[in-house]
Design a protein around this ligand. Structure first.
Ligand SMILES: [Zn+2]
Ligand SMILES: [Zn+2]
Length: 110
């Protein structure tokens, strides 16, 4: 786990390394299966609250690893170190992608 600036959340968050991400992702897949089962057995569409309840294990695992609370399960899934670039040499914020040529935050060239 690494604390990094998240572009989408506009705050510093705990980013998962690959091993941690894989663990959370596995739980995510499991939860996705549970939503399918829920739909098939109840025949009703999922409302927001039910959906969040079904995906709770994802959020809980993320909280256990990072200590950051209150994120939606879809948001948790983009807190992965490897989808961002190195920190900018000028301002320290991570580049938006590993291949970025320029820092979006301060405009510095990489
Ligand atoms: Zn985020
Ligand atoms: Zn920068």
């Amino acid at each position: 786990m690494k604390i990094m600036w998240c572009w989408r959340c506009k705050q510093e968050v705990g980013m998962l390394d690959e091993e941690e991400y894989n663990r959370v992702h596995e739980i995510f897949i499991d939860c996705t299966k549970r939503t399918k089962v829920y739909r098939e057995t109840t025949g009703s569409p999922l409302d927001k609250t039910t959906l969040c309840n079904l995906f709770k294990p994802v959020v809980e695992e993320y909280e256990k690893i990072t200590g950051f609370k209150g994120f939606h399960h879809n948001v948790v899934m983009h807190h992965r170190v490897s989808i961002y670039g190195h920190p900018c040499k000028n301002c320290g914020k991570p580049l938006r992608t590993p291949r970025a040529k320029m820092c979006t935050a301060c405009g510095a060239k990489v």
